[in-house]
Design a protein around this ligand. Sequence first.
Ligand SMILES: *Cc1c(COP(=O)(O)O)cnc(C)c1O
Length: 402
Amino acid sequence: MMLDQLLQPALQEREAASLYRRRRVIESTQGPEVVVEGKSYLGFCSNDYLGLAADPRISKAFIAGVEKFGNGSGASHLVLGHSAAHHQLEDALAEMTGRDRVLLFSTGYMANLGALSALVDRGDLVLEDRLNHASLLDGGLLSGAKFKRFQHADVASAEQQLTSDDSGRRILVTDGVFSMDGDIAPLPELAELCQKQNAHLVVDDAHGFGCLGAKGAGCVEQFGLSQQQVPVLIGTLGKAAGTAGAFVAGSETLIEYLIQFARPYIYTTAMPPAVAAATLESLKIIESESWRREHLKSLITRFREGVSALGYNLMDSDTAIQPIQIGESALAMSLSRALEGEGLFVGAIRPPTVPQGTARLRITLSAAHTEAQVDRLLAALEKHRGLLDGLNTQKLQRSASV
Ligand SMILES: *Cc1c(COP(=O)(O)O)cnc(C)c1O
């Protein structure tokens, strides 16, 4: 059989289940207003939470970085690819997060694969929240350690797993802010549990970094968690920081260990130095322009108050991620399409990214949105609310006729 014939059935199955994914081509900068395939839309699905992805000051630093360091890094960090810009960014991130040292990675996916696969091995345990990001699950599986999950954000469930396990080295891994739900992990309680159980806490703060804490250092700043309490802190730079890349922050020993043993760190080309130079500018803006976090917060409140009056199933989140749970994938797609018809872009998130039966509209807000733009989204949600009723009526009719 030809390879394509072997591949086709899985594609057809996805399509039939309303789970097929298609890319859209964006032709403008990131921001609330985007041009997609020739048409203008108001977007509510980017992770550019602070509105920095197209900030001209960061662009300027990018260009200056290219002028100083050229285009590519030319090599891996260990083979002369580690530029002064990378080094300075590591120092700035360590200062900001209150950690001894930081190690840059090219992407968050690689930081998670690298950190988890280096930290534990056969005979060890990796215990993860069941709603952790795919890259954390993949990193745990790649490590070869025993892999277990606990109920979402449930400290008692995590405790139960730890007390019934006697593996050598044990790490407990969680998102700081959950990427598809928007809620925040119970970090102080998990840190306490880890100390009591002699386990080590790993937090991936991809969606908290930049947004949480007075200076934007993320969930560890918000909760005041020390390096001892959260020995392994991971953050990404492609979301609120508006550039690209990721980092692991922790002790001197942790960072030296990762430099020696984290394969996705060692065997890859360093990010272009200009990305690091641009990110340095981005950190300055994150720390000094706290109005961005304040404005974002007020938009979150405005959105939640508005949507709760409309009868949608809004998920329990105080962050920029404000998902509306829909349930069936086909219905989530219909709503997303209806909103697109109104000139609004809102992503429908379906399995396997989220558990079966929990398809949702993943609405994200940004400090770059205005109140009027949020109101436009609310008005469109109100207008198309009937799609939900339509489905419920069909279901009732179906069950009545059985
Ligand atoms: C986006 C994300 C990542 C991956 O980061 P990239 O830099 O985009 O590869 C990792 N963890 C979480 C929780 C994320 O949301």
